[in-house]
Design a protein around this ligand. Structure first.
Ligand code: LIP
Length: 269
């Protein structure tokens, strides 16, 4: 097994265990533990418990690696590898009992900064759907369902009827006017729009051809770290502001042809 395959195998096992914990806790009843950047930006007790489980399992298996998690922050390692983790991506869906949520775990090398790291392995596990999306750098992108892995490839062209697009809106109401204006600029390219509520699943759905494209402003590194690798290994393109990497300012994912059209439509200048 290559070192990257070992990272993937560990991410697989931990994401599955963490996803099952999240699912069990949801069945027991959700508890909103706090709000963060805005009133709508909630964190549940399960978010914190699931991240603690992931962090403990990683520290036990790979004590010299760094960690960068949504709920418990960052810790520099000495190995050159950092784990970028969103314990429950789609927290609001989780709180409302909507099954579209996922555990996102990525292993990156280099500085733990989205514009400077190289993603080596990424796993996005949706426990309510039993779907495990995964990729390694150079190893392709896969969806494993019922222990059957199937290779993912982003379709090269959006249908003549227009692209099925997904997006998201920030927790801060002050950002909604800009988000809605961006949707208005993009809609001429679309056959329809989806708002799934989990960035990691939006990205995996582009990789799986369930969406033709996805764009969103305001994502955090843990939202896109694994999903971006999965899209790129499926032959798609992921970026941000023109010529940039995905990040807080903007994340776009699509096949190259549609990516360029989305980038042009979104550009506000
Ligand atoms: C969420 C993203 C979603 C975005 C939400 C939020 P969280 O992540 O997955 O795409 O629209 O505002 O950032 O907070 O559930 O981990």
């Amino acid at each position: 097994m290559t070192p990257t395959d070992e990272l993937l195998s560990l991410a697989h096992d931990i994401a599955r265990e963490a996803g099952e914990l999240a699912r069990r806790r949801r069945a027991e009843g959700v508890h909103i533990a706090a709000t963060k950047s805005a009133l709508a930006d909630i964190v549940t007790a399960a978010d914190r418990e699931v991240e603690a489980l992931i962090r403990e399992r990683l520290a036990r298996a790979r004590p010299d690696d760094g960690f960068f998690g949504e709920e418990s922050g960052a810790e520099q390692g000495t190995s050159g590898i950092t784990w970028v983790v969103d314990p429950i991506d789609g927290t609001v869906n989780y709180a409302y009992g909507i099954p579209a949520y996922a555990v996102s775990v990525a292993a990156v090398e280099g500085m733990p900064e989205p514009t400077r790291w190289r993603a080596l392995a990424g796993v996005v596990f949706a426990p309510m759907l039993g779907e495990l999306f995964h990729a390694t750098a150079g190893g392709g992108a896969w969806l494993t369902l019922d222990d059957h892995p199937q290779r993912l490839t982003v379709p090269a062209h959006a249908p003549a009827a227009g692209a099925l697009l997904a997006t998201g809106f920030g927790y801060d109401p002050a950002t909604h006017d800009g988000d809605l204006a961006r949707v208005g600029r993009v809609m001429p390219l679309a056959r329809d729009l989806r708002r799934i509520g989990s960035a990691s699943l939006d990205l995996c759905y582009v990789a799986a051809g369930r969406l033709d494209g996805y764009f969103e402003r305001g994502l955090n590194p843990w939202d896109h770290a694994a999903g971006a690798l999965i899209v790129e290994e499926a032959g798609g393109r992921v970026g941000g502001l023109p010529g940039g990497r995905p990040g807080k300012d903007l994340t776009i994912a699509a096949a190259s042809e549609l990516f360029a059209a989305l980038e042009a439509a979104i550009d506000e200048h």
